[in-house]
Design a protein around this ligand. Structure first.
Ligand SMILES: Cc1ncc(COP(=O)(O)O)c(C=O)c1O
Length: 303
């Protein structure tokens, strides 16, 4: 497996082990950081990489920088050029995953707004565990953050304290993963992925007022479900008790891709096996990201 040798800070390539950030920076002290994870799928026929929905990731990053009141910012074109330089410099020969972080590297008090800096890293990322067999979820007693407290809609590092607490509770309790509820007890999302379920044959996912990240993969699934079935999915609040009526369920996200869920709170989802709709949507997703279909070429940035 290839290993990255070079990382980029503020546009400059350097050996991975030379990357440094001041411990008193606002990035470290107050988690004043927004970030994105972007997958680059290796296309064996051409040797090129398809970055999936890069423009959408960079758009979300821009809103994050704005909401966090960062000084200045970085143009999407510039960041695209940086990611291109980084992947070429590291010469991966299989799928790769980018992590792009923008933060306040300046030191100071809480409301300091700059100077800002960025780090881009590229690394190998395997197919997540449980992708083939399905995973167990436990409903967490940690509530998902509220929008008017620490908005889950933006991908800020600070939100992952909440996510880690839920992930660790799930691990201690013997589940493969956690599912979090909103403060009023509706289904929200998993620590690093969004949630879908199937009931009476229909695909359902929590609406964006359920304190979720506006996930790009969720949008891909909603779009493809409509295109494949001719029907829109149901996007609405989901009560906790409705989880136990699910015939199928899965998590989705850039890093997690599509992960079937086969039990929730130790109760089987449907027959406890990976469901047919989940399987179909998963295969379709991999055809899209790996450019095995000509559909949605606008979602793939080729480098
Ligand atoms: C909290 C959370 N929800 C959902 C997702 C999925 O988002 P996306 O599909 O944009 O990667 C992620 C992954 O980044 C996440 O961290």
């Amino acid at each position: 497996m290839w290993q990255p040798k070079l990382i980029m800070m503020n546009g400059e390539l350097m050996p991975l082990e030379d990357a440094r950030l001041h411990p008193l920076s606002l990035a470290v002290t107050y988690a004043a950081t927004v970030f994105e994870g972007v997958r680059a799928y290796h296309l064996p026929d051409s040797g090129r990489f398809a970055l999936f929905r890069l423009d959408d990731h960079l758009r979300r990053l821009q809103v994050g920088m704005k909401l966090m009141r960062f000084d200045g910012g970085y143009e999407a074109e510039y960041l695209t050029e940086c990611l291109t330089r980084l992947i070429r410099a590291n010469q991966p020969d299989t799928d790769a995953y980018f992590r792009l972080l923008v933060y306040i590297e300046g030191t100071g008090l809480l409301a300091t707004t700059g100077p800002i800096g960025f780090t881009a890293a590229v690394m190998p990322r395997k197919t997540p565990e449980f992708a083939a067999t399905g995973m167990s979820l436990g409903v967490s007693s940690w509530q998902r953050l509220a929008d008017n407290a620490s908005p889950p809609r933006i991908k800020t590092t600070a939100n992952y304290v909440n996510a880690r607490l839920a992930a660790h509770q799930a691990r201690v309790d013997g589940y493969d993963g956690a599912l979090m509820l909103t403060p009023d007890g509706r289904v929200s999302e998993a620590p690093i992925a969004c949630f879908f379920m199937v009931r009476d044959g229909k695909l359902i996912t929590p609406s964006t007022d359920s304190n979720i990240l506006e996930s790009i993969t969720r949008d891909t699934i909603l779009t493809r479900y409509r295109e494949l079935t001719g029907e829109p999915a149901e996007v609405r609040t989901i009560d906790r008790s409705e989880l136990y009526f699910a015939e199928e369920a899965f998590l989705c996200g850039t890093g997690q891709e599509i992960l079937p869920v086969t039990s929730i709170d130790r109760l089987p989802v449907g027959n406890g096996k990976v469901g047919p709709l989940t399987d179909r949507l998963r295969q379709d997703y991999f055809d899209l990201v790996r450019a095995r279909t000509s559909d949605h070429p606008e979602w793939r940035t080729l480098i």
